[in-house]
Ligand binder design. Structure first.
Ligand SMILES: O=P(O)(O)O[C@H]1O[C@H](CO)[C@@H](O)[C@H]1O
Ligand SMILES: [Mn+2]
Ligand SMILES: [Mn+2]
Length: 405
């Protein structure tokens, strides 16, 4: 028996998606977007100097083959990361018709999305009247605020005071298939916000809206901050995923961070959450020491995406990558003979790109563990990660993936 770890660095794409021309930011295609490549280039050119300095410094993940993966996926150089790979390395391509978190994670877990998501139009009154009416009915309010595409941090700054005055929830969406509700934890109430999201979810899921997301915030007088009590209510995956395969085979499955929400809490025996990625890193490192034989640990580190990608903050994203690299080193040091850990991502979110939405990209495949050795797996599919981890764990896989082990 051996252990498996699947670690998703949310939005850490490496460019080169063959269908990037079918995905958009601000109405223009994502062709050419490259999260890691463009951050590395900005760092090398001195354009990412806030709170850090110089070329992107990621010795551990670059050592496994991150820079080589960027080159393979996109043909571009990633200055500072072009070490000779010492791990199992490659690039993975998504086929699901969405560049969002559930699509990416489900496909990495072996299940491509078989349907088209419903997206709300980028216009005044993005939401149909029946959805607005349902939100009002559950919330017990005369109306909603927002009803448009927005950045979550901007909209609470704009509408936070009005929300406190009227008591109306702030409902907004983005280029993703999401219905997001921002509300004040004290004035509106956190429980009331969660009940509102939970109550709306079945109707929105029936329309193939991927997630209803609670976005609680605190503060007063135009000064508002979001709290860690975000909660995602996602449509269940259409068929059993890697988590279910492991669970059904009697294995222990550890979910770190958002994984529980993304998989509607299916196939999970242990949930490990935290206030931020630093807490999640502690969980990951602890589980490298403690996870039992035959277990699967599936982690998501969200702050690359939520704090820096959507905010188009290149320095911040670079700081997060450099910090995470030190976490990866501590984690890898604790792996045991027979273990396999794969670092990957769910989509891109190039902080140098136009707009504020995700970017369609390939993602890295970086496999490591004592005895795993160095080899290119080439260009694989997202689903092949699930098949490979199933092979490693010696459990039956389902769906279209092929193991690269
Ligand atoms: O701007 P915020 O609220 O962070 O929203 C972002 O977070 C959502 C879910 O990950 C994305 O769809 C994007 O809109
Ligand atoms: Mn994501
Ligand atoms: Mn995102």
């Amino acid at each position: 028996m051996s252990r498996a770890f699947l670690i998703v660095m949310d939005s850490v794409g490496i460019g080169g998606a063959p269908d990037a021309d079918r995905f958009f930011n601000d109405g223009a295609p994502d062709t050419g977007a490259n999260t890691v490549g463009h951050i590395a280039q900005a760092c090398a050119e001195g354009r990412a100097e806030e709170g850090r300095s110089g070329p992107l410094n990621m010795p551990t993940l670059a050592g496994l083959g991150l820079g080589a993966g960027v080159k393979l996926a996109s043909g571009e150089d990633a200055p500072g990361l072009m070490a000779d790979p010492a791990g199992l390395w490659g690039a993975a391509t998504e086929i699901s018709p969405g560049k969002d978190t559930p699509s990416g994670h489900w496909e990495l877990a072996g299940v491509p999305v078989p349907w088209e998501w419903h997206y709300f139009p980028d216009q005044k009154n993005s939401f149909p009247p029946k959805i607005v009416a349902k939100a009002c009915e559950i919330a017990g309010t005369e109306g909603i605020l927002g009803n448009c595409h927005a950045s979550g941090t901007n909209i609470i700054e704009e509408l936070g005071d009005e929300h406190i005055r009227t008591g109306w929830p702030i409902c907004y969406t983005s280029a993703d298939s999401v219905f997001q509700i921002a509300a004040h934890e004290e004035h509106f109430g956190l429980d009331r916000l969660l009940k509102l999201c939970e109550g709306l979810a079945p109707t929105l899921h029936a329309m193939k809206v991927g997630r209803v997301i609670a976005r609680p915030f605190i503060g007063e007088n135009g000064q508002f901050t979001r709290t860690p009590n975000r909660r995602d209510y996602a449509i269940p995956a259409p068929s059993p995923t890697l988590l279910d395969w492991a669970y059904d085979a009697g294995r222990v499955t550890h979910a770190i961070g958002k994984i529980g929400d993304i998989f509607s809490h299916r196939g999970i025996t242990h949930l490990h959450k935290g206030k931020g990625d630093a807490d999640l890193a502690d969980h990951l490192i602890r589980l490298a020491n403690e996870a039992g034989e035959g277990s699967l640990t599936f982690a998501n580190f969200v702050e690359f995406d939520s704090l820096y990608g959507h905010r188009r903050d290149i320095s911040g994203y670079a700081r997060a990558l450099e910090w995470f690299d030190t976490v990866a080193a501590k984690f890898l040091d604790r792996l045991q003979p027979g273990d396999l850990a794969i670092f990957t991502a769910d989509h891109g979110n190039d902080p140098s790109w136009r707009g504020t939405d995700h970017t369609r990209e390939r993602v890295p495949v970086l496999g490591a563990g004592p005895g795993i050795g160095s080899r290119s797996v080439g260009n694989v599919g997202y689903v092949d990660l699930a098949a490979s981890l199933a092979t490693h764990l010696n459990i039956p896989a389902q769906g279209p993936g092929k193991s690269f082990l």
